[in-house]
Write a protein that binds this ligand. Structure first.
Ligand code: BDR
Ligand code: CA
Length: 311
């Protein structure tokens, strides 16, 4: 039976590739896409999610708009990375499929309540505002969630948004703290992993060579996204962060990590949103997350290209 998931997202080119990977994978049953403010403001993320579904011909997917700003802090966006629209790199038509009327947080709560215990996996690809709000408003859902597999944080790679913090956690550290303290099984894809799955010319061209509109869009997005990271890190390509979450659900053996304690810094402005990961197990703090550290990049891109090719 396909695994039931909700993707919570702020598209974003790499979010887009993650959504397409899920849509191309029969192992996953996408119950809905919930949008949050992050890479760009909410009106754009909730529009972009529908642009992506329509590109894949999946106008049946339910897309919900959620929280427009972090729990306590002002919204920080990342147009410098993702462009003005959040999906710069290729021009796609405005969506015609509607946005659902229900609020994303209500959809998350109602879906988990309606499904059997342990049936639903949450896949956050952006700031954790929607997820934390759902947990605050409906604490009864926590024990019913199978697990939360999220992209966020860093230990060895430290920060991409501040010297200490990764974007998704930095934007809403209070929300991250709620999720990391929730007791729900967590699998974390930090920058330590995502910076190991870099796009290369050959990998981007493999998307283009699929010869499909979806393959062409993925190649154009990764081309756009690449420029920023190549200039910043001097690397040969860009990390495809968010698809790591979906790839893990399909082929967990592509990733290796440690079950350790991870705390979120919410006091110091200097290190706000840092994921303090006890990788070396130097404290007695109880483990609360499977924190990934390694990825099989070749296997990851093979999976991605094959699944994108199905759309
Ligand atoms: C994360 O931040 C966003 O810019 C990406 O979409 C990804 O989710 C990487 O730090
Ligand atoms: Ca994202």
């Amino acid at each position: 039976m396909a695994r039931k998931i909700i993707i919570d997202t702020d598209p974003g080119q790499d979010d887009a590739v993650a959504i397409l990977l899920a849509l191309g994978s029969p192992e996953l049953d996408l119950l809905g896409i919930t949008c949050v403010a992050g890479n760009v403001p909410l009106p754009l993320t909730s529009k972009n999610a529908r642009v992506i579904c329509e590109l894949a011909g999946r106008t049946d997917v339910k897309v919900f708009a959620g929280c427009e700003k972090p729990l306590q802090r002002r919204l920080v966006t990342a147009e410098n990375v993702h462009g003005k629209t959040g999906l710069d790199g290729i021009e796609l038509p405005d969506p015609t499929m509607p946005l659902q009327e229900m609020h994303a947080v209500d959809f998350i709560i109602e879906t988990i309540r309606a499904e059997a215990p342990g049936a639903v996996t949450l896949c956050p690809l952006g700031p954790l505002t929607n997820i934390a709000t759902a947990l605050q408003r409906a604490p009864d859902i926590a024990p019913k969630i199978a697990e939360i597999v999220l992209m966020g944080g860093a230990y060895f790679e430290v920060g991409n948004t501040t010297p200490a913090a990764e974007f998704n956690i930095h934007v809403d550290p209070q929300a991250a703290e709620i999720v990391f303290k929730s007791g729900i099984p967590l699998v974390v894809m930090p920058l330590d992993v995502t910076h190991k799955v870099l796009t290369t010319r050959a990998r981007v061209e493999a998307f283009r060579a699929l010869g499909t509109p979806v393959g062409h869009a993925v190649a154009s997005w990764t081309d756009f996204f690449e420029r920023f990271d190549m200039a910043k890190y001097g690397s040969q390509g860009a990390p495809l962060h968010d698809p790591c979450v979906i790839a893990y659900l399909i082929r967990p053996e592509l990733f290796e990590g440690r079950h350790i304690n991870v705390e979120i810094e919410i006091q110091s402005e200097l290190t706000m949103g840092m994921t303090v990961a006890d990788w070396w197990r130097v404290t007695k703090r109880a483990p609360n997350a499977m924190f990934m550290g390694r990825a099989d990049a070749e296997g990851f891109y093979q999976l991605l290209t094959e699944r994108i090719g199905r759309l």
